[in-house]
Write a protein that binds this ligand. Sequence first.
Ligand SMILES: C[S@@+](CC[C@H](N)C(=O)[O-])C[C@H]1O[C@@H](n2cnc3c(N)ncnc32)[C@H](O)[C@@H]1O
Length: 243
Amino acid sequence: MNVKSKRNIATTIRLLKAFRLEQKDPDSFYGFLAQDGLGLLSNYTELQNKTVLDIGGGAGYFSAGFRANGAKCFVLEPFKDELFWRGSPPENSILADGYDIPLRSNSVDISFSSNVLEHVRYPAKFITEMIRITKHGGIIFFCFTSWYSPWGGHETSPWHYFGGDFARKRYENKYCRPVKNKYDNSLFKILVKDVYNLLNNLDGVKILETCPRYYPLWTKPMMKVPILSEVLTWNMAVIMEKI
Ligand SMILES: C[S@@+](CC[C@H](N)C(=O)[O-])C[C@H]1O[C@@H](n2cnc3c(N)ncnc32)[C@H](O)[C@@H]1O
């Protein structure tokens, strides 16, 4: 399978429409998202024969995609429920935390993390650990949903615009069940500008790309526009090389 992608508006529309499938048909939704994410990544690196760690890889949709593209992929996931979400855990999985990866420094070709950063309290620590385990010349990819995007509050959206606690309480009152992504506990307010600040303070990496993950690359300039970028970017992808 060759996933190299040239994203255009039609792909963006398909991706955004796919969000409606998340609850009804998660296999199609996550499978499609994984295929698209690997398409973006493969514009910056070959996948064939690469060793990959998918950090916060959950049920393993990305790792299946990596393997289909000839990579040797391991999944690191701290929560058993996520790992076993599809019945059995993904091939080559490790139960561990992204803050403290049980691998030697400089050991993988690609450190990969999709939509995990908004779920960790200390993003700088998380990214530093991703960099540590990556070989020199290797690639670090991460992406996240920014807080002020329409999906920033996840299942509580768009009420997160009135505050994370408000949105959680509203959801729990309405649906009489706890939220999965709890504000300030398992879902954090992370902004595009926070990540640019964080990138400015990183050593030992070259930034190859920062872009909206779901849109064509020509929309990139919007990421430099304060306020607008927070709402419109939706999901920010960062691709770096360890030097
Ligand atoms: C929204 S899911 C994303 C799953 C998968 N990466 C994807 O994009 O389909 C967020 C994942 O991050 C994981 N996670 C949360 N905190 C983490 C941590 N400290 N280290 C590694 N993974 C973490 C969660 O368990 C969950 O599987």
